[in-house]
Design a protein around this ligand. Structure first.
Ligand code: ZN
Length: 76
């Protein structure tokens, strides 16, 4: 899945066996881009922060992404 698909702001592709693993990769990448002060990622992170204010919306977003991840072919 790409950074953008996971709530980020670029087309960097993450590959992982599990959704939890890809979540960690995406989080680490987001933190790195934030440290570099990348405006697009700062904005994306802010949007995620806003989403986290609403646990129900956050839970739904998370489930949607997990479903999306599970639907991907294993060799991608
Ligand atoms: Zn990114």
């Amino acid at each position: 899945m790409t950074c953008a698909q996971l709530g980020g702001a670029c087309d960097v592709i993450f590959t992982a066996e599990t959704f939890d693993e890809i979540g960690e990769l995406s989080k680490a990448h987001g933190a790195e881009m934030m440290q570099k002060g990348d405006p697009a990622h700062l904005q994306a992170m802010q949007a995620m922060m806003d989403l986290m204010q609403d646990p129900e919306a956050m839970g739904k977003w998370f489930e949607d992404k997990r479903t999306e991840f599970d639907a991907l072919p294993d060799d991608v």
